[in-house]
Design a protein around this ligand. Structure first.
Ligand SMILES: Cc1cc2nc3c(=O)[nH]c(=O)nc-3n(C[C@H](O)[C@H](O)[C@H](O)COP(=O)(O)OP(=O)(O)OC[C@H]3O[C@@H](n4cnc5c(N)ncnc54)[C@H](O)[C@@H]3O)c2cc1C
Length: 267
């Protein structure tokens, strides 16, 4: 982009507001190197889950808060699971374990309440040990994160000549790892609309189609993530035994196993 137009990409600027006159859309920009506004045929607002532009455009959000909290960390992989992802359905909640490049393994532990402030790699390794019998080495920890889960779907992702993209349009649970992928798929689908807008062509029906298609994808991804979270919630032991036996029986059939793996990894 910079090779085609060195002025096209402006860094370090903050968009403060938006006006749409029906033909062009203008954003007010704050930043030392920028004149103060930018005008174009289409605005793509990809300013994240707390999108100010979404608020400025008057688009409401349907939010959900879930009773799920997680601690997640990467450790050197001494498990012998190789390239396998492993799910431990435990009475206290699921533990997910995924191989990463470079001999590293990610551990994700579901918690019933937010992780205590300052909980570190030792704490996560101990949780994993208690639930699974596997002890990641805390000294090899290379990433640590604790998060609570919520989702938010913008009621519209198109307002006039503005399009919401990425988390500004749809924030979904990180469980399933699809939030950013959903945003990239939206960006890909948006390319023809950007080209049409740059050629000065009418994009009304294309925008409506885009909105419908991306909403469908977001609703589906959110639903799948919700099912994944539900499967990872703790159950009383008798119910857990029934669920685990049912899942074990189903997993014994290769086709069902493959289907479940796809479902859990949201393919
Ligand atoms: C713990 C966790 C794990 C996750 N794991 C995965 C995963 O494995 N796979 C996956 O696909 N997704 C994952 N996600 C989701 C993923 O991180 C998000 O979906 C993705 O980052 C959203 O990208 P975005 O560009 O829409 O928004 P953001 O990443 O929030 O970027 C928005 C950008 O806009 C800028 N901005 C905001 N307001 C303004 C303004 N007024 N003017 C100018 N700039 C502005 C911000 O500075 C920021 O740079 C995870 C999320 C979490 C919380």
């Amino acid at each position: 982009m910079l090779a085609l137009d060195p002025g096209a990409l402006i860094r370090g600027a903050r968009v403060k507001g938006v006006t749409d006159d029906g033909g062009k859309v203008t954003v007010a920009v704050e930043g030392a190197t920028h004149p103060g506004s930018a005008t174009g045929g289409l605005l793509v607002a990809a300013d994240g889950a707390r999108s100010q532009l979404r608020s400025a455009l008057g688009v409401p959000v349907a939010r959900k808060v879930y009773p799920d909290h997680y601690m997640m960390g990467d450790f050197d992989d001494g498990t012998g699971y190789g390239d396998k992802a492993v799910l431990f359905l435990e009475p206290d909640g699921i533990v997910e374990s995924f191989p990463l490049p470079g001999g590293v393994r990610r551990w994700v532990v579901r918690l019933g309440s937010p992780a205590a402030p300052g909980a570190g790699a030792d704490h996560l390794a101990e949780l994993v040990r208690r639930r699974t019998g596997v002890t990641p080495d805390p000294d090899t920890n290379s990433m640590l994160s604790a998060f609570s889960v919520r989702s938010g779907l913008a009621r519209r992702s198109v307002a006039g000549r503005s399009v919401l993209l990425g988390d500004a349009a749809h924030e979904i649970s990180p469980i399933g790892g699809q939030g950013m992928n959903l945003g990239w798929l939206g960006a890909r689908e948006l390319v023809p609309l950007v080209c049409a807008a740059m050629a000065g062509k009418t994009t009304g029906s294309m925008l409506r189609e885009f909105e419908k298609s991306r909403r469908r994808a977001a609703v589906l991804a959110r639903r799948q993530a919700e099912i994944n979270m539900m499967l990872g919630r703790p159950l009383p032991r008798p119910l857990l035994r029934v669920r685990t036996a049912a899942m074990g029986a189903a997993a014994a059939a290769p086709a069902v196993n493959l289907w479940a793996a796809r479902r859990f990894t949201m393919q």
